[in-house]
Design a protein around this ligand. Structure first.
Ligand code: V47
Ligand code: SF4
Length: 380
C-alpha cells in the first residue's frame, strides 16, 4: 500500500510514530534498514536531533593515551594489537611516559584525556590506579575517561575483584567516566566469529550497569558494516536501549564503521557512505533514550563526519591531536588525526550548525555562534 504522498503505508506509520515522539520497535527498525530511502530516515533523524538539541553540534578538546597495543586477545577486525609473544613489535608505555604526555598539555585548554589500549597481562589494576592518581595529582580538573569494559573485565578477573570493587577502587584513584569501546556486536552468532575470546555481551553490559549504579556515565559503541546482518545491529541496540531504560547512565552512542586494512577480516568489504549515513540516522531514531549520537571523525574522515550532521548526529568528539593509532592502522582516511579547535568549528559551521564546546558530560563550556574564528590564536 502506498499513501497519497507516495510513501508506503508501513513506512508512513513509522514516521507518524516518530513524529508523535513514540518509540519504534524492532520490526519497524528492520523495515527502515531494508526498505527506507536515505532521505526518508535522514529527515526523521534530523527532526529528532533538532527536537533534542536544536541546531547545536558538540565537540570537546581532548587527547588520547594508548598505554600499549600489546593484547592477550585476538579480535579478527583489529589492525592495532600485537600478541604478547610478539610484544617487541608493539609499544608499552610507563607511567612516567604517560604522565609526560599529560604534561605536554600544561597551560592548554584541554578538558579530557581518553585512555584506551590493548589488554596487556602485566598492566594490572594497581598499575592503572597509579596512572590515574599520577594524572589527577598533576592536573586535578582534567576529566579522565578511561578503559573499555574489555580492559576492566580482564583486570578485575586477574585481581580477583568484582566489577563493583574494581570500579570503586579506580574511582577513588581518579576515574571519571567510561568510554564505549569493546561492545563490537553483542549477538553471540557474530561475536564468536569476530572476537570470540574477550568479554561477552552480558559481561560488557554488567560493567556499564555497575558503573552507572556507582554514578559514572559511560558511552556505547557498535562495530558495524562487516559480517553482521541488520538483525544483529538491532539486537545490539535493543540491549543498549533496555539498559539505558534502567540506568540512564549512557551519554552517547557511537556507531564505528569497520575498516578493513591489515587485519584478519581484510577480505570483508567496507560499507558504502550511504549505508553509513543510514546507520547513523536509524540509530538516532531507534535509540530514543540516548541523549547524544556521536560521529567519531578520525575513523569516518572529516567530510563524512560533516555529512553525518544532517543524519541525526549532534557530536563529533574532539581535537584528538594525533594521539590515537587505532583507526589509522585499520585504514581510516585520517593518517594523523588532529584538528585544531578552529578547524572543528569551521567543519561544524560549514554544515550550518552552531558549534558548542562541551565537557565530557555534555555541560556546555562555550558557544561559537557568531564568533569570528580567523586570527584567534586561542583556537589553534
Ligand atoms: O572497541 C578496532 C574499534 C574500538 C577497528 O567512548 C575498529 O567516546 C573499525 O571505542 N575498524 C575502540 N573499528 C575505540 C572506541 C571509541 C572511540 C572513540 C570514542 C569513544 C568514546 C570510544 O575501536 C574497539 C573497536 O570496536 N575498532 N578495530 C577496525 N578495524
Ligand atoms: Fe585487543 Fe581491543 Fe584489538 Fe581486541 S580490539 S585485539 S581487545 S586491542
Amino acid at each position: 500500500m502506498i499513501t497519497t504522498t507516495g510513501i508506503p503505508t508501513d513506512l508512513q506509520q513509522i514516521a507518524d510514530k516518530v513524529k508523535a515522539g513514540q518509540r519504534i520497535n524492532d520490526e519497524d527498525c528492520l523495515l527502515l534498514f531494508e526498505k527506507a530511502s536515505l532521505g526518508f530516515v535522514g529527515r526523521l533523524a534530523n527532526e529528532i536531533k533538532e527536537r533534542l538539541h536544536g541546531n547545536k553540534v558538540f565537540f570537546n578538546r581532548n587527547f588520547h593515551i594508548e598505554p600499549t597495543n600489546v593484547c592477550v586477545f585476538s579480535c579478527n577486525f583489529c589492525s592495532y594489537s600485537r600478541l604478547y609473544a610478539h610484544r617487541e613489535e608493539g609499544w608499552e608505555l610507563s607511567i612516567d611516559q604517560m604522565l609526560h604526555m599529560v604534561k605536554k598539555y600544561d597551560g592548554k585548554p584541554i578538558t579530557e584525556v581518553h585512555i584506551v589500549g590493548g589488554v596487556h597481562p602485566k598492566m594490572d589494576l594497581p598499575f592503572f590506579a597509579d596512572l590515574l592518581k599520577a594524572i589527577k595529582t598533576h592536573r586535578p580538573e582534567l576529566h579522565i575517561k578511561a578503559f573499555t569494559a574489555v580492559e576492566y573485565d580482564y583486570m578485575f578477573r586477574k585481581a580477583k575483584v568484582s566489577a563493583e570493587e574494581g570500579l570503586k577502587f579506580l574511582i577513588a584513584a581518579g576515574l571519571d567516566s567510561i568510554p564505549g569501546g569493546g561492545a563490537e556486536i553483542f549477538h553471540p552468532e557474530i561475536r564468536e566469529k569476530i572476537c570470540a575470546d574477550k568479554v561477552d555481551a552480558d559481561g560488557w553490559l554488567n560493567i556499564h550497569e555497575t558503573a552507572h549504579k556507582l554514578g559514572l556515565h559511560s558511552n556505547a559503541t557498535m562495530l558495524y558494516g562487516h559480517i553482521e546482518k541488520y538483525e544483529h545491529r538491532i539486537d545490539h541496540m535493543r540491549r543498549l536501549r533496555e539498559l539505558q531504560d534502567k540506568t540512564k547512565g549512557f551519554n552517547t552512542f557511537i556507531p564505528l564503521k569497520f575498516r578493513n586494512k591489515d587485519n584478519d577480516m581484510s577480505n570483508v568489504p567496507e560499507s558504502t557512505h550511504i549505508e553509513d549515513m543510514k546507520m547513523y540516522a536509524i540509530a538516532r531514531i531507534y535509540l530514543d533514550n540516548f541523549p547524544h549520537l556521536k560521529a567519531y571523525w578520525p575513523m569516518l574522515g572529516r567530510q563524512n563526519a560533516q555529512l553525518t550532521l544532517s543524519f541525526g548526529v549532534d557530536d563529533i568528539d574532539g581535537t584528538i591531536d594525533d594521539t590515537t593509532k587505532i583507526y589509522s592502522m585499520a585504514g581510516a582516511e585520517e593518517l594523523n588525526p588532529s584538528m585544531t579547535t578552529a578547524e572543528l568549528i569551521t567543519l561544524i559551521k560549514q554544515a550550518r550548525r552552531i558549534p558548542i564546546e562541551r565537557d565530557t558530560l555534555y555541560n556546555e563550556i562555550r558557544s561559537f555562534e557568531g564568533i569570528k574564528i580567523e586570527a584567534n590564536p586561542e583556537l589553534n
